[in-house]
Design a protein around this ligand. Structure first.
Ligand code: DAH
Length: 349
């Protein structure tokens, strides 16, 4: 059972942790605050009353805490009064140089925060940002990336076409940021080390797990002797920076038209520590991104000699990263601008 001293201490701690900022605006609120805490029958007076029954040997330390609480409450009231007075003065004199109250300032959207973080992590190892168009032609979206003519991504079902006319080059909203790879390789000589963040579009029904607009980050590194080992080390570095030092990775063989060999990377589940939970569906692993060695056909299509150069590429979804980092369960929340959702990320700069 807790002693009376412990109960009083717990009360003190609770009062100290109370958010009192909201009282500071109006004189009437301040008086209410004063009566509640410092009045003759207020909370602090009551604690002093209880204090009388505490055994003598415990009184010294507890008395000190109680006195400090009383002083702190008194100071808080003085501070609030000064604040109200200063603002009244401001209202009367209309002094526009007075400092403003920033308490209702907006904050960055969680997707921007996560996107910036990914870019930041890659910048630290020499990648620079490359950006390109959102309305893209067939060559940069598919053909140069080694997509065969009958690939389903070229279907109306998956892609929003802007122009689709017999005999003409098709134009569409880009379905992935891999198109930026092509633009960069066409216009630059290796060594190339870029990171391409951006918006992408797919003809998907909107649900908790899919959206027709989302964001990706693509990375590309082309130079002499770039190997799969370089890719693996880069991935491990990224996973640890993004999700914490304890994070482990695993690569599963996969297929993408523009990489050979291709892989998908999983990270160990940070929620259950790999034991298996409902976030990782009991597997202990979370799927994070696609990657691989740039297919020689892609290098060739972009005017880079595949006998001289090799490269790796990787691509990830920003919404998914943010979902895993902050346990967001429904993709639609990102785009609805509901303040109750947005305000949860207020503290992240
Ligand atoms: N473009 C792929 C997508 O949209 C992601 C991707 C996979 C990008 C593998 C890559 C890669 O660069 O190597 O699903």
């Amino acid at each position: 059972m807790s002693s009376l001293k412990d109960i009083i201490l717990a009360n003190i701690n609770e009062i100290q942790a109370t958010q009192v900022e909201k009282f500071k605006d109006k004189a009437a609120d301040i008086e209410m605050f004063r009566v509640k805490y410092l009045g003759k029958k207020g909370i602090i007076a009551d604690l002093f009353e209880q204090f009388k029954s505490v055994p003598n040997e415990e009184k010294k330390e507890l008395g000190k805490s109680l006195n400090m609480l009383k002083v702190a409450a008194t100071e808080k009231i003085e501070e609030f009064k000064a604040y109200v007075e200063a603002h009244q003065e401001q209202a009367l004199t209309g002094d526009l140089t007075m400092p403003t109250d920033f308490s209702s300032m907006g904050s960055r959207h969680v997707l921007s925060v996560v996107m910036n973080e990914i870019v930041d992590i890659f910048s630290r190892i020499g990648f620079t940002v490359a950006e390109s168009v959102e309305i893209e032609d067939d060559w940069h979206l598919f053909s140069a990336l080694n997509f065969p003519p009958e690939h389903p991504a070229r279907d109306m079902q998956d892609t929003f076409f802007v122009e689709k006319e017999e005999g003409k080059q098709e134009v569409a909203l880009r379905t992935h940021t891999s198109s930026v790879q092509v633009r960069v390789m066409e216009n630059n000589k290796p060594p190339i080390r870029i990171i391409a963040p951006g918006r992408v579009f797919r003809n998907e029904a909107i649900s908790a797990r899919a959206h027709c607009i989302f964001h990706q980050v693509e990375a590309l590194y082309v130079d002499k002797k770039v190997s799969f080992a370089d890719l693996k080390q880069t991935l491990l570095y990224f996973a640890k920076e993004m999700f914490g030092e304890q994070t482990q990775i695993r690569l599963r063989p996969s297929y993408f038209p523009f990489t050979e060999p291709s892989a998908e990377m999983d990270i160990s589940c940070g929620i259950c520590g790999g034991k298996g939970c409902n976030i990782c569906k009991g597997t202990g692993w979370l799927e994070i991104l696609g990657c691989g060695m740039v297919d020689p056909n892609v290098l060739k299509a972009c005017g880079i000699d595949p006998n001289e150069y090799t490269g790796f590429a990787l691509g990830m979804g920003v919404e998914r990263m943010a979902m895993l980092k902050y346990q967001v369960r429904d993709l639609r929340l990102y785009f609805e601008n509901d303040l109750r959702f947005l305000k949860q990320f207020d503290t992240i700069v």
